[in-house]
Design a protein around this ligand. Structure first.
Ligand code: 28G
Length: 684
């Protein structure tokens, strides 16, 4: 057997292994596996850009389910490698490289491991075409299920003739010498992927965006041929811009950057040529620590960590070093200023420091070790101290007031952390006393609560009613078996500006928290909530919208799991009541001016008359009990708008608008949202 045939057979064996157990290489054969293939190809382009070659990466989603990725790097080498006798292109696209992410061995994603996944994607594609611009020419090669050969025409269904005696990297065109790069178009094999396996545009966008943040200046674009929509991501500011993109709350400390390179020594096992056995060897490595961080007024923590631009969703030694250093620096700074900060004998905890923090922690160094089931945690122990050192140095300097122009922000930040600690302590004790009282009797519930008779949570509803005038009607309109009422006065606290301890001492907010019986903030316990549905019932006007936004923010910031569980609703009271005249009297309620106009037009068309004037409700108080019951409270007829976490998150951003210093946009929002009763968002 000649050389090529022998190599050909060994390549086919490798590809066969991939096709037999695709899950070992790409995790699964559903939509996620499909996306995994795309990441493998894109990662090769990203690696080339990280190596300093290429400025643009483009992705095209074709209507036939195939995908093109192209870069302007050096182009995969086209000359014959003496060791294998194959062209660089054939090596990259047919040789299985030592262990992928799921195959054990080293981690095969971005970070200088060119071509690791390309052969896997190739094996799982019914057709893959690669074109390389290099040295003034365009070179091309095609594959069918990983095997090199020639297709008679376009597309994956075309007649295919495999190469047998020798393979060819064809020259298909001429380009200017300076034009270099790689283009890959592949058709995922329907024999491999489940019929329901779907391409996820959202995933692709967020991956491209993330890469654009992590590789500043790199232009990543995607074009969807079906919708003819194109997007481009490029961020010159890198992870500083990433943090700004992630942050949702108003700033306390504007985004800062930590960037330092440190050398360290690591003991690695190496093969000793002489003895043929493994030996330990010390190697010197460089680690680049790059961190962007800011604190905002909220208490959410959004921290993303990366190693060689690979996401580490479960953290690891880099993140541990980061958090430990911050905690230590804050403790030292707050202890040193305990009197001024009114924090004597107050022990700062991790969560106090992390509250409101948005950060991106990115480290780069050779041969990272990953741990855990899914290899998503950074193991390399030396990295913890390296990151901790860089972060501590920066934080100590900052908190000691040594960074120019940050004094006011640093004071606000220290105040915030101290207030978080106090809040944590008071929230804990509030919840404890509440539990104890609840265990004895329900006398701890505020007197304003008009509770329901049933004691089961399932099926029960709490209406939070704005204003005392509506309360009287609501009492008559409710079904006391399962509907409870809690009136609140018009002007509750501005939750965004208040700290949690301010909030807990505000009567209206405290009453809500107390009635729900599940605590607040980080100690909130969804299981303890006393009602199944929480329904915000306020007037369908500007003030009502404002109150709703305030309440929404209260729930979002301090009882988030309740929102996430889909248990918070807004009642949707009607705006008008139309009564048709004549014998078959009919009553129709409408919820927007548009809807009223449409109704009146259709009544007129049908030759029906209606009573004038039309009743317009300015507030809940103007309805009588029957009307309120029928339109807004009875489960059989009413409409509820479920508040989603997205609504609420938008609420948090909106809140900045509402409570910020700019008056004009604020008015616009309040008026806009007052008539934002979109029927489609309503969930009856
Ligand atoms: C468009 C879709 C995916 C790539 C390169 C560039 C080089 C390369 C890729 O080398 C390593 C393989 C065997 C020797 C490296 C070019 C050095 C010099 C490269 C990509 C080199 C692979 N010149 N661009 N691989 N070995 N883009 N994009 O795959 O031969 S893969």
């Amino acid at each position: 057997m000649d050389d090529y045939s022998a190599r050909h057979l060994s390549v086919l064996e490798g590809l066969e292994a991939v096709r037999k157990r695709p899950g070992m290489y790409i995790g699964s054969t559903d939509g996620r596996g499909l996306m995994h293939c795309l990441w493998e190809i894109i990662d090769n382009s990203v690696d080339e850009a990280l190596a300093g070659h290429g400025k643009r990466i483009g992705v095209v989603i074709h209507t036939d389910g195939s995908i093109t990725v192209q870069d302007d790097g050096r182009g995969v080498p086209v000359d014959i490698e003496p060791r294998t006798g194959l062209s660089g292109v054939e090596v990259v696209f047919t040789k299985l490289h030592a262990g992928g992410k799921f195959g054990g061995g080293s981690y095969g994603a971005s970070g200088g491991l060119h071509g690791v996944g390309a052969s896997v994607v190739n094996a799982l594609s019914s057709r893959l075409d690669v074109e390389v611009d290099r040295a003034g020419q365009t070179w091309a090669m095609s594959f069918h299920r990983g095997e090199p050969g020639v297709f008679a025409s376009e597309g994956p269904a075309a007649d295919f003739t495999p190469f047998v005696d020798k393979s060819e990297l064809r020259v298909v065109g001429k380009v200017t010498k300076s034009k270099t790069g790689t283009r890959v178009r592949y058709w995922p094999d329907s024999q491999i992927f489940e019929p329901g396996a779907d391409f996820q545009m959202q995933d692709l966008e967020s991956r491209l965006r993330q890469t654009a943040f992590l590789v500043p200046g790199l232009v990543l674009s995607v074009h969807d041929e079906l919708s003819d929509v194109s997007q481009e991501f490029v961020f010159e500011g890198g992870i500083t811009e990433y943090v700004e993109y992630l942050a949702a709350d108003g700033p306390v400390l504007a985004t800062r950057r930590i960037n330092e390179t440190t050398s360290f020594r690591e003991t690695v096992p190496v093969l000793d040529e002489a003895s043929g056995s493994m030996k330990s060897k010390e190697v010197e490595r460089q680690c680049v620590v790059d961190v962007a961080l800011r604190w905002g007024s909220g208490f959410d923590t959004r921290v993303k960590s990366f190693v060689n631009i690979i996401s580490t969703p479960k953290g690891g030694s880099h993140l541990t070093g980061f958090e430990q250093a911050l905690l230590k620096s804050f403790r030292t700074a707050i202890e040193a200023n305990a009197r001024r900060l009114k924090a004597t004998s107050l022990k700062i905890e991790r969560d106090d420091v992390m509250a409101g923090l948005t950060a991106v922690v990115s480290v780069s160094f050779p041969e990272p070790q990953f741990e855990g089931q899914t290899k998503e945690t950074l193991g390399t122990p030396a990295i913890k101290a390296i990151v901790a050192n860089s972060v501590a140095k920066w934080a100590d300097e900052l908190l000691a007031g040594k960074i120019r122009g940050t004094k006011a922000e640093v004071d606000a930040l220290l105040d915030k952390v101290v207030s978080e600690a106090k809040t944590r302590i008071s929230a804990r004790s509030l919840k404890d006393t509440q539990r104890r009282k609840n265990a004895l009797e329900s006398s701890s519930l505020p007197s304003k609560l008009v509770d329901c008779r049933g004691s089961a949570t399932v099926g029960s509803e709490l209406f939070i009613v704005e204003g005392d005038s509506a309360l009287g009607t609501a009492k008559l309109a409710r079904d006391s078996a399962f509907q409870a009422l809690l009136p609140i006065r018009g002007k509750i606290l501005n939750v965004q500006k208040a700290s949690l301890s301010d909030m807990l001492s505000n009567a209206e907010c405290a009453a809500i928290i107390q009635v729900l019986g599940a605590g607040s903030g980080r100690t909130f316990d969804l299981e303890q909530v006393r009602y199944e549905k929480i329904i915000l019932m306020s007037d369908a006007d500007v003030d009502g919208a404002h109150i709703r936004t305030l309440l929404l923010t209260l729930f979002f910031r301090y009882m988030r799991p309740l929102v996430e569980a889909g248990r918070v609703y807004a009642a949707v009271p009607p705006l008008h009541r139309v009564e048709t005249a004549g014998r078959n009297k009919e009553v129709i309620y409408t919820y927007s001016q548009q809807e009223l106009n449409d109704l009146l037009r259709s009544l007129e068309k049908a030759g029906k008359s209606y009573k004038q004037p039309i009743q317009r409700y300015k507030g809940l108080g103007e309805m009588d009990a029957d009307q309120l019951a029928e339109t807004t409270m009875q489960p059989s007829n009413r409409m509820l708008r479920r508040i989603t976490a997205v609504d609420a998150a938008a609420g948090e951003r909106t809140f900045e608008l509402l409570m910020g210093n700019e008056v004009a946009p604020r008015r616009d929002f309040i008026v806009d949202s007052a008539d934002d009763f979109d029927r489609e968002k309503i969930d009856a």
